[in-house]
Design a protein around this ligand. Structure first.
Ligand code: SF4
Ligand code: SF4
Length: 377
């Protein structure tokens, strides 16, 4: 079987796929005259997985199968060196971003993904639902009142926090795991194995893990993009901020499930890790925002999908820090308000992670791991 589903077959243009891709930002692909310049200048394109020209072609053809079985969207880091040099201003970098969205949409529940990705009011509806559930939960357990003391379990009872966190977490992990499995299935389908024995296959599986780990921890491929280097620092700081906050939440959950003496003092090691991680997250996001606003990323088109992701994380980081500032200043009402917004944002972020740009964090490392295993990179 060929690498591409359309090779050697009559081409049937799927207009619906093309329309969805156009909506996702691939509209420039209609201008492409297939000169190949973009693939030649892309610093991350390799012989085993050449892009972005092939993806532009798939969009022109409306070939759903080719778009879905391409690992290339996950090997691209949206530095847009290709778009900056395209003679037709076809913005092939945007087509790669659209292909990532299309794969996320196809691997999750499309109606929910569509609401988040394309409808500008979608985020407002989803946040309103999250807020309603949150306040209804507090009302149900009789906690919808301003407490007399600055203890978080007086704001939100721990059982409400645990149940809400577990429901959101289990939902997100399940949807994300299904999405990763589906994407891996699509991109591996029909590819011939280059290993002639089980032993070699197992060795290659483990041998490909270091690349996956360095991608998760240092986003090494992204630093290979010259125009992407300024973004790389912001990305890595954001990523480490997230990992730190994830570890902190896990430690609190395991070591102090009843939230005794919580919030901790500023000198508590867990609190130090939480505050350093929050600072890393906010600085990383600020660097990316600066990059977008000042023109270092002017060749990129960031759409609604990108901004929703950006602002919900940013709001979670800012409100988390605000909670710390208010509570150490002894300001009860501002702490309560900031904490409520923070919790709603965090629960929203967790539950909708697989449908948002957050899915990159789950899918990309696995696709890079498979691509290394299959000899594509
Ligand atoms: S450089 Fe532009 S016109 Fe040439 S193949 Fe790439 S997208 Fe098409
Ligand atoms: S955006 Fe950057 S990494 Fe992606 S295809 Fe274009 S040049 Fe390559």
């Amino acid at each position: 079987m060929s690498e591409y589903a359309t090779v050697g077959k009559p081409v049937k243009v799927d207009l619906e796929v093309r329309d969805v891709m156009m909506n996702y930002g691939a509209s420039g692909s209609a201008l492409c005259f297939n000169c190949g310049n973009c693939t030649a200048v892309c610093p991350l394109s390799e012989n085993g997985a050449p892009f972005p020209r092939s993806m532009v072609r798939f969009v022109q053809l409306g070939s759903r199968e080719d778009i879905l079985r391409s690992p290339e969207p996950w090997l691209c880091y949206f530095c847009n060196e290709c778009s900056a040099t395209c003679p037709r201003d076809a913005k092939p970098g945007n087509t790669m971003a659209a292909a990532r969205k299309y794969q996320i949409r196809s691997a999750t529940f499309a109606p929910v993904a569509d609401l988040l990705v394309t409808k500008r009011w979608g985020i407002a509806v989803l946040l309103a639902v999250a807020s309603l559930l949150y306040y209804a939960g507090l009302y149900y357990v009789g906690a919808l009142k301003l407490p007399s003391q600055l203890l978080f379990q007086a704001f939100v009872p721990e059982e409400v926090m645990h149940i809400a966190g577990m429901v959101a977490g289990i939902f997100a992990v399940t949807v994300m795991a299904i999405a990763i499995i589906r994407v891996l299935y699509w991109i591996s389908r029909g590819r011939e194995s280059k290993y002639d024995s089980l032993g070699r296959r197992i060795k290659a599986i483990f041998g490909s893990l270091p690349l996956m780990i360095t991608e998760v921890l240092a986003q090494r491929r992204m630093s290979g993009c010259e125009q992407g280097r300024p973004r790389w620092i912001g990305h890595v700081m954001t990523m480490w901020g997230f990992i730190g906050l994830f570890v902190t939440s896990g430690l609190i959950y395991m070591l102090n499930p009843n939230l005794a003496n919580y919030p901790y003092s500023l000198t508590n090691p867990i609190q130090i890790l939480a505050n350093v991680s929050a600072a890393s997250l906010i600085i990383g996001m600020s660097l990316m925002l600066y990059d977008r606003r000042t023109g270092r990323a002017t060749t990129q088109d960031h759409d609604y999908f990108d901004w929703v992701f950006f602002y919900t994380i940013f709001t979670a980081g800012i409100t988390g820090l605000a909670v710390e500032v208010f509570r150490f200043s002894g300001m009860l009402l501002p702490t309560f308000i900031a904490y409520s917004i923070h919790i709603i944002n965090v629960l929203f972020l967790i539950a909708f992670a697989p449908f948002s740009k957050f899915a990159h964090v789950g899918i990309r490392p696995f696709v890079i791991w498979y691509s290394k295993y299959a000899g594509l990179v």
